[in-house]
Design a protein around this ligand. Structure first.
Ligand SMILES: *[C@@H]1O[C@H](CO)[C@@H](O)[C@H](O)[C@H]1NC(C)=O
Ligand SMILES: *[C@@H]1O[C@H](CO)[C@@H](O)[C@H](O)[C@H]1NC(C)=O
Ligand SMILES: *[C@@H]1O[C@H](CO)[C@@H](O)[C@H](O)[C@H]1NC(C)=O
Ligand SMILES: *[C@@H]1O[C@H](CO)[C@@H](O)[C@H](O)[C@H]1NC(C)=O
Ligand SMILES: *[C@@H]1O[C@H](CO)[C@@H](O)[C@H](O)[C@H]1NC(C)=O
Length: 255
């Protein structure tokens, strides 16, 4: 869920490594790394650590939204697979714990604008309002509306991404665009509770059944959910990153 985090490594790598400070668009607390530095990856990780205290509140100048909590006002999922059939809208989705991410194995390639990084989160708390009409493992209906809260423990993600440089626009500017992002995630464990608030009593029973089923089959359910979450995160991150990258013309990142 805290999926869009990897953008920082990518964005920082692309911004910081390209001496973006000179454009005046980067806040002064971002220390740039040298493009040809031998320890570019370590430099980027250090830059992230310097930024971390600011990330909780977000950095409007770079269109980086607040991370603590990370809020998604509204989002919808409509997916089908053999084991899961999800149609859901979530509003006021809030995740805490995102800014405690631990990065490792960062590897940025400025030649082909690709990169990879591993992330770890020890605890993420999630709350959301939901409206859904879904079917879990072909047997458990999840239908109704209400509130969900949960805790996700020990999340590990391997992320890879690739960017491209757009053709110049009329004003002679080109922009970096993330064209591909891949998540491979593992969720150690999770606890959660659906509380239905609809007037239909059948829906409350669905919610309680789903809660019990999840409690008793957490590993299996998490394994089924993980690919959906990965895909959801890929889309989310792609959107957020490209929003950030659209702020600064590539030319201004270079001196
Ligand atoms: C998550 O919630 C639990 C229980 O309410 C709390 O102890 C913990 O500090 C919270 N963690 C985060 C990262 O918000
Ligand atoms: C970066 O990508 C280029 C082009 O794909 C490749 O030739 C080069 O070996 C890569 N560099 C590193 C350090 O992986
Ligand atoms: C019930 O849940 C829905 C969807 O989450 C929400 O929009 C609505 O305000 C809630 N109603 C009450 C009475 O809490
Ligand atoms: C959900 O919230 C309830 C109280 O609102 C709390 O007792 C419970 O521990 C929370 N569950 C999780 C998994 O965070
Ligand atoms: C991440 O990659 C490492 C090896 O590079 C692997 O051992 C680990 O299982 C991967 N983690 C996930 C969540 O896929």
């Amino acid at each position: 869920m805290a999926c869009w985090l990897p953008i920082f490594s990518l964005v920082l790598s692309l911004l910081a490594a390209e001496h973006a400070v000179s454009s005046g668009k980067l806040p002064s607390y971002v220390s740039p790394c040298k493009r040809d530095s031998n320890d570019l990856n370590q430099c980027i990780l250090n830059a992230w650590e310097a930024l971390r205290p600011k990330m909780g509140g977000g950095i409007p100048k770079l269109r980086i939204p607040p991370l603590e909590p990370f809020l998604i006002p509204e989002t919808s999922i409509d997916r089908r697979s053999d084991s899961l059939d999800v149609k859901a809208t979530m509003t006021q989705l809030a995740i805490t714990g995102v800014n405690s991410v631990v990065f490792s194995k960062l590897n940025v390639n400025l030649t082909d604008l690709s990169g990879s990084v591993s992330l770890a989160f020890s605890d993420l708390n999630v709350t959301t309002l939901y409206v859904m009409d879904s079917m879990l493992m072909k047997t458990i209906p999840m239908k109704g509306q209400g509130k969900f809260n949960g805790t996700i423990n020990d999340v590990k993600v391997n992320m890879t991404g690739k960017a491209e440089l757009s053709p110049k626009n009329q004003r002679g500017h080109s922009y970096l665009k993330l064209v591909e992002i891949k998540f491979k995630g593992f969720i150690g464990d999770a606890r959660g509770r659906l509380v239905d608030n609809s007037t239909n009593p059948e829906n409350s029973i669905f919610a309680e059944t789903a809660n019990m089923f999840f409690d008793n089959n957490r590993r299996d359910v998490l394994d089924v959910l993980t690919p959906f979450i990965e895909e959801f995160c890929e889309e989310l991150v792609l959107g957020v990153v490209n929003q950030i990258l659209s702020v600064i013309p590539f030319e201004e990142m270079l001196i």
